[in-house]
Design a protein around this ligand. Sequence first.
Ligand SMILES: Cc1ncc(COP(=O)(O)O)c(C=O)c1O
Length: 404
Amino acid sequence: MPTLRQIFLRHIAQTSPSPLAFEIERAEGMYLYDTSGKRYMDLIAGIGVSALGHRHERVMQAIERQLKRYLHTTVYGEFVLEPQVAFAERLSQHLPPSLSTVYYCNSGAEAVDGAMKLAKRATGRPHVIACRHAYHGSTQATTALMEPTTYSQGYFPLLPGVRHIDFNREESLEQIDENTACVIIEPVQAEAGVRLPAEGEASEDNFLQKVRQRCDETGALLVFDEVQTGFGRCGSLFALQRFGVVPDILALAKGFGGGLPLGAFIASPELMKCLSNNPILGHLTTFGGHPLSCAAGLATLEVLTESKLIEQAEAKALRFRKQLSGLPRLREIRHAGLLMALEFDSPDYMQALTQHCLKNGLITDWFLFDERSLRIAPPLIITEAQIDEACAIIQDFAPGGSTS
Ligand SMILES: Cc1ncc(COP(=O)(O)O)c(C=O)c1O
């Protein structure tokens, strides 16, 4: 009889030669349990998804309630589905007034793809500008946004008309011009290893504000990809609030679905209107805004906004920093709320540390465009005691310490 792991290796497509093949039995709160009963603390929240941890009670109740009502009924945008409407209305109460119309989709890549289409349609312009070392998804269009081309070169030709700028390099903003439909940017570059926008001389003069200004000068639209930074991850509900910049289009996913697949691009009603005429049906989806996902997302939003979890994110990050700042071979710690990168002096050392963590029941990870940095982005529900427990395991990897 083949084991489950052997069947997995044979029948599930792999994207790396040595998958972790970690057999999950169940997940609860901060922890995952494997089939042998071993407990692992989840320090990456399913890569930025489980803001409230696994199977949060309020989210489970909302899913169960919706489960008893209906699942899929028809494609997006034709029927009035209460979970979609209630979630969109609640979102608009927490966003700037211009971001009040939601187009739901299923994932982050779809959200960015939809935002690009909307920008091209609204402006009639051909070019899209993205930042180097950004990850926006794995569809053909979002793959085209990637630079360097390490992960995209096998798929050429990709979407034409994409230009790249460097995050935090003001001179590169000259590339934004009258041919630019939109600039797509993460307020904090996640997969680049948690890179924050540079502050200018005045407090209201950060890099994102300069991008906003250049977009206004040229008529290009500004798209924020908050797939990873949104839903409390960076210490405010959305990172746009933290940096004081309002984009024309906001892309969301990951934590937005409360653990179920959901994405969205959000804009003003005036902008969105161009998807519904001349010709009609400007963007379509069958499953986008699935009622179960919207019910889970709304419950997550309610817990985040009614609790102190977001407010506490910064103090929790500082608790990590305080305990980890003396680690050997550490070059730098960067963080925005509970999105943290610990940069070491070598990728091999960092990989060995992630292996040590896994052996000792701690799930960490690295970043797509920063192989020296360890990712720490736990559910926001992490307690002080759990932070101390995680730090003790990481500290135990110091030379001379146990790596068993
Ligand atoms: C900033 C950002 N945008 C978009 C995506 C793509 O999201 P998805 O995997 O849901 O397509 C990701 C995924 O990691 C991301 O981090």
